[in-house]
Structures are given as C-alpha cells and as structure tokens.
Ligand binder design. Structure first.
Ligand SMILES: NC(=O)c1ccc[n+]([C@@H]2O[C@H](COP(=O)([O-])OP(=O)(O)OC[C@H]3O[C@@H](n4cnc5c(N)ncnc54)[C@H](O)[C@@H]3O)[C@@H](O)[C@H]2O)c1
Length: 443
C-alpha cells in the first residue's frame, strides 16, 4: 500500500495546476512577437479525416491559417495540400509551401521544430499522442491534441508531466469539443445548478456503425496497422478509449470527478474484419458517493448511430444525444431549443464520421438535430483566443483524467474483474506496439 500510494495521483494534480483557464497573462503583442490579430500559423500533424476536419474549422472560424503539414504518407499529404490550398485560394492568401510538408517517422519533430508555425494540431492515432505532444511542447509551440491523452497508463502519466512543462508558457488543448457545444454547456450548467437534485446513477451509451477501410491488397502488415489503426488495440486504445472516452469525459465533467473503480465485460462477437479491437463493451463505473454509471458501447454494422447520456436524480432526469434531444425532465424542465427547431435532413455531426470512413450511417439518417453543430467552431475559437490573449489553456489534466477513466473501463473488461483507480495508476500499464520508430521509415 505504501509503494502504491506513492503512485496515486491526487485529483488536484490533474486539474489543479493544469486547469482549463490559464493563469499567466502575457501581453498579446508577445505572441510570436507580432500583434495579436495577425494570423496564427497552424501546422497539421496527421492529415487524415479528423485532422483535415478540425484544421478546416480553424481555417474557417478563426484567424488561423494552415501553413505546414506532416504525415507518414505522400497521398495523405497531397490530399491535404490540395484541400488547404483551395481554402487559401478562396480567402486570397498563399497555399502551403512544399518546403513545409514533412514526411516520414521524424515528420513530427520537423513540424514541431519549424520556425514557420505557431501551433501544431496533432491528429495522429492515439498511440502517438504522447510522443508527438512531448515534441511539440519541447519545441515551444502551442498545441491542439486530439483525444485520447494516452492509450495506456504510462503514456497518460507522461502527458501530465508534459502539461506541467506547458503551464503558463503555452496553450495546450485536448480534443473534447463537446465541452464547447452550446447545448451541452447549458445542459451541464443546469445540472451543476441543481436541476436534478441528488444524482443517483447514470446510463450512457455509444452505439456506432463500423469503421470501414478500403481494401489494400498490396499493403504490408505494418502499413495496414497504421492506415487501419481504429482496428488496432494498441494504436487506438480500443473502441472504449477511442470513442466512449467522449461519453466518459461528459460523465467526469458532470460529476466533477473520475471513477474510483470499474467492472466490465466485452468482446468481439460480430466483427469479422481484420484487427483485434472489441465490437462491444459493457461497463459499470463507480464514482465517488456511490454513483453508478453504466456504459454500453457497440461499434459494428451499419444500422444505428446514437450517442447518449441519461443522469437520474431526485428531482429529475437529464438526457443528451449527439443527434437529438438535449434536455431535462422533472421539477425544472428544460430543452435546448435546437432539439426541435434545427431539424435537418442532412446527417448530423456524429454521422459524418462514419460517412467519411465509408460507413453506412446514411442509412440510419433521417431527421437530425445536431447538438454538436457548433462544438468545433466554439472550441477552436476559444483556443486561438487563448493564444492571442495570452490567457493560456491547459487541458492536459482533464484530458488525462478522462483517458485514464476509459482505460479503467477497458482494463476491467479485458481482465473480467473489478479494477480500482489506484490499482490502475500503480500498474503503470504500458502498451508495446511491437515496432520501432525506424520501422515506420519502410512505409
Ligand atoms: N474529437 C473527435 O470527435 C474525433 C473524431 C474522430 C477522430 N478523432 C481522433 O483524431 C485522431 C485521428 O483520427 P482520424 O479519424 O483522423 O484518423 P485517420 O486515419 O483518418 O488519420 C490519421 C492520420 O495520421 C497519419 N499518421 C499515422 N501515424 C503517424 C505518425 N506516426 N506520424 C505522422 N502521421 C501519422 C496517418 O497517415 C493519417 O493521415 C485520433 O486520435 C482520433 O481518436 C477525434
């Protein structure tokens, strides 16, 4: 117990020093030695679906311009260059200079060290986030890193240390855009103000269609793992750490805590594609005060996509869906007005993900009320403002807390026994991808 307690991480360590709002205020003029309203130069590390999506949001909703790209593959770099050159042309500024296109296993270090950028957006597979974040913060660049903040305990704890290095010097954002979605912000504000009274428990789910990839008959096993990383436990963290992490992050946000223990089960019953990730997890997370949160995650097929949380309290029930109602029933009823007034025949945010991956979400789309419609724009605007104002964000702590909460559920499900938070932290679980950085040079 003594050795273990040394390894315990106090919640204040997560969200204390490295809280969301910045504490050090520098003069805006000090941002890259220029005026605050000059464009922030964004380097995109990982030019895939989400990378292009978020960087497009930065380029269209903020003053940021995408000026550098990094990836392991030429086709990804070229497609991204074409995409961002078109945006640049439409806005009347220069496209991406080929000298600022970095390829290969060291591309992350080259883009991090480039003097031609102010921030890096890390949108590579989760396994690489720790290494890539470390390089970017060491190089002194502001950073927007996608979730998860680590796929294993060791990597997540390293991100806490990286966050400490960034504190007061740099803005460090983790990609939980739902915390910036207006309907969710108001929903959580009302719950925190007591609309549910004492909370007893919650039921949550992440029910998603398959992630599909095109066949690559000539690809090496190594290339397949990287290109199809969502099917790889080590590279993605498995579906619970890659996808359910959003739902778990919402639970941590509402309950202002992380789970203290978990039980769970899961398996790979109907997926027949290549890879080793599960197609379902069923987990019960216990939060302080004995609040039980059930999580059901299914990712397969093409029949349904719905992501939701229901919190049950003495005074009412709160419910939210990515596409659908965000509201509260009971003594203090409330519904986000967009739940009924913004109906659209276009697929919602959640479904775009499957469509981009070639999934069949179109089939399940009908009328969508996209609760996440403004999430990326709001998050990106807040991040750029944190840089230009010098009121730096540091979300390393909250990002790591949610990553470890999802890893807790995964570990309980893989082992089939109850796992406590303290035991998990003490385990220093470390994932081995069974390849070295040098092996990525073969791609
Ligand atoms: N916040 C959200 O809602 C959300 C949604 C989707 C994805 N994501 C996250 O975004 C990240 C990327 O997901 P995606 O859907 O864009 O995947 P993707 O496969 O479409 O893109 C990943 C890109 O990274 C490149 N890459 C892989 N390893 C690399 C390395 N070592 N160095 C440089 N480049 C490398 C790939 O070639 C590819 O271009 C993941 O962490 C995922 O969890 C977040």
């Amino acid at each position: 117990m003594t050795g273990e307690s040394k390894q315990k991480i106090n919640r204040r360590e997560f969200i204390g020093a490295a809280a969301t709002a910045g504490f050090m205020i520098i003069k805006p003029q000090l941002v890259r030695g220029t005026t605050a309203n000059s464009a922030i130069r964004l380097g995109l590390l990982g030019c895939g679906h989400r990378g292009k999506g978020v960087a497009t949001s930065f380029a269209t909703n903020t003053t940021a311009r995408v000026t550098a790209l990094a990836d392991l593959f030429d086709d990804q770099l070229e497609e991204a260059k074409n995409h961002f050159d078109n945006i640049a042309a439409s806005k009347g500024y220069a496209g991406i200079d080929r000298k600022l296109m970095f390829k290969g296993p060291k591309a992350y270090e080259e883009i991090a060290g480039s003097k031609e950028i102010d921030m890096v957006q890390i949108s590579t597979p989760g396994f690489f986030h720790t290494q890539h974040l470390e390089a970017v913060v060491t190089a002194g660049k502001h950073v927007y890193c996608e979730k998860p903040a680590g796929v294993d305990v060791h990597g997540a704890k390293r991100i806490l240390d990286i966050g400490k290095k960034a504190e007061g010097r740099l803005s460090l954002e983790i990609g939980f855009q739902i915390r910036s979605a207006p309907p969710y912000v108001e929903w959580v504000r009302r719950i925190h103000a007591g609309a549910l009274g004492k909370i007893a428990c919650a039921a949550t789910y992440y029910h998603a269609t398959s992630v599909n990839y095109p066949p690559r008959p000539n690809a090496s096993p190594m290339e397949l793992r990287i290109r199809n990383f969502y099917w790889d436990r080590v590279l993605s963290g498995d579906i619970i750490v890659d996808q359910s992490i959003h739902v778990i992050d919402i639970c941590n946000w509402i309950l202002r805590a992380h789970p203290i223990k978990a039980v769970g089960a899961g398996g790979r019953k109907v997926r027949t594609d290549w890879g080793n990730t599960y197609d379902h997890f069923n987990v019960v997370l216990t939060y302080p005060d004995g609040i039980h949160v059930s999580l059901s995650h299914f990712q397969a097929g093409d029949a349904l996509w719905d992501v939701s949380e229901r919190f049950f309290g003495a005074k009412g029930v709160a419910e939210a869906h990515y596409s659908g109602v965000v509201g509260i029933y009971g003594d203090e009823p409330w519904e986000w007005e967009g739940s009924t007034s913004q109906a659209t025949s276009q697929p919602g945010h959640a479904n775009m993900y499957a469509i981009a991956k070639g999934g069949g979400a179109e089939k399940s789309s009908g009328v969508f009320h996209d609760s996440l419609q403004f999430a990326d724009a709001e998050k990106d605007k807040g991040f750029i403002e944190s840089i230009t104002s010098g009121k730096y964000h540091n979300q390393a702590g909250k990002g790591v807390e949610s990553a470890l909460s999802a890893i807790l559920g995964r570990t309980a499900s893989y082992t089939g026994r109850e796992v406590t938070w303290d035991e998990l932290i003490a385990s220093d679980q470390t994932y081995d991808p069974e390849f070295e950085e040098i092996d990525l040079a073969q791609l």
